[in-house]
Design a protein around this ligand. Structure first.
Ligand code: SAM
Ligand code: SF4
Length: 353
């Protein structure tokens, strides 16, 4: 019996190494890797992902300073605390001048990418966003990432012309049924068309999923990774679901840390030269989340520079981790050098350019 067990485990190890060494992974391979449960096997997976990260991205970790400038949202994504139907959330909008002042603070902190994020808030018109992009570009030598949800193609054209570099619009889930059940307004095919359009006009694009949504299977997560590959994204964010008490998903348990880390690791192995963040949601899920993420394939970190008076109101989910960004960057530099890596000082453009 003992011999049989040892033989089985030897065969499984050989199988694992064989999959990890393949040039292209099939959906079955991805499902196999995401289903690993045994600690020594997941350690092998994580180590391989870290090696792929080193080979394709080097040791640089790219900081992106994020400004969450409005928590108003026209959309009603069931999982999100900013959803339109959440009547308990105190809403805010940051003025154009304050957004620009905050961007300058990010630049002074030595960060060379600014992420402008909000709910889907048409209060900020096409011209407002253009004005913000132009003012930031005039004052700071930075890359700009927009994360404003679905806007019109005409708006995307103008913002690209104004100098915006990147657009982050996650597909959230590749499972059509789940997507439709979570979004009353948006359609998955439309979202994918937006991502493809953004790419076609020269934006570096970001997509990704939420891990741990109700009814989501391992096969769905494999499809999410493969969809990011098909979309040829420059950055991909795989973040754990965390419940918000202000949404219908208040009683859904948060995603498992191990599944989140496995997803990031497998995504790194499949997608190779893309930027993958260690998300704030991962740090919220576990105090060690940021470090663990950086050890299994992540190469991006997003310090939050939203001014203090608004930070607590950008409540996507419960217990969202908040901190002083300047201290955070200092701490981060120490953590990163203790890991034998370095904080990048450039704009950290797409690794595919
Ligand atoms: N409104 C824009 C959009 O949806 O693209 C940008 C802001 S939105 C808050 C940014 C991301 O938050 C979404 O893409 C979604 O993946 C994530 N998110 C929302 N609710 C979440 C939750 N409960 N747990 C984890 N991530 C969540
Ligand atoms: Fe709005 Fe984005 Fe939240 Fe959806 S995920 S409700 S679009 S802020």
């Amino acid at each position: 019996m003992k011999i049989e067990l040892e033989t089985k485990s030897y065969t499984e190890k050989a199988n694992l190494y064989q999959i990890l060494n393949k040039e292209e992974l099939s959906k079955n391979d991805i499902v196999y890797l995401l289903s690993l449960n045994d600690k020594p096997d997941t350690e092998i997976l994580f180590q391989h992902a870290d090696e792929v990260r080193k080979k394709f991205c080097g040791d640089d970790i790219h900081p992106r300073g994020i400004i969450e400038f409005s928590n108003f949202c026209e959309a009603d994504c069931v999982y999100c605390g900013l959803r339109k139907s959440n009547a308990t959330l105190e809403r805010y909008r940051i003025s154009i001048d304050e957004i620009i002042t905050t961007a300058k603070k990010i630049y002074s902190a030595g960060i060379r990418t600014i992420v402008l994020q909000s709910g889907e808030d048409p209060h900020y018109t096409k011209d407002d966003i253009t004005k913000i992009i132009e003012a930031i570009k005039q004052n700071c030598d930075v890359a700009i990432t927009l994360s404003l949800g679905e806007r019109t193609f005409e708006e995307y054209d103008e913002w690209k012309q104004a100098g915006a570099d990147r657009y982050l619009l996650k597909h959230e889930t590749a499972n059509l049924k789940i997507y439709s059940s979570l979004h009353s307004k948006q359609k998955l095919e439309e979202r994918l068309n937006h991502i493809r359009y953004l790419k076609s006009i020269g934006f570096q694009t970001g997509s990704g999923n939420i891990i741990g949504l109700p009814k989501q299977t391992i096969e769905d997560i494999a499809d999410d990774i493969l969809l990011c590959k098909e979309l040829d994204c420059d950055m991909c964010s795989f973040s754990p679901f965390i419940p918000s008490p202000e949404t219908p998903f208040r009683d859904i348990p948060p995603a498992e840390l191990s599944l989140t880390l496995k997803t990031m690791a497998v995504a790194r192995i499949v997608l190779k030269n893309v930027h993958i963040p260690a998300t704030t949601a991962l740090s919220t899920l576990s105090p060690e989340g940021r470090k663990l993420g950086l050890q299994v394939g992540a190469n991006v970190i997003m310090p939050n520079f939203t001014p203090d008076e608004y930070k607590d109101k950008y409540r996507i989910y419960a217990n969202k981790k908040t901190y002083d960004p300047i201290n955070y960057v200092k701490e981060l530099k120490e953590l990163i050098s203790s890991m034998g890596r370095r904080v990048a000082e450039d704009k950290g453009h797409s690794l595919k350019i």
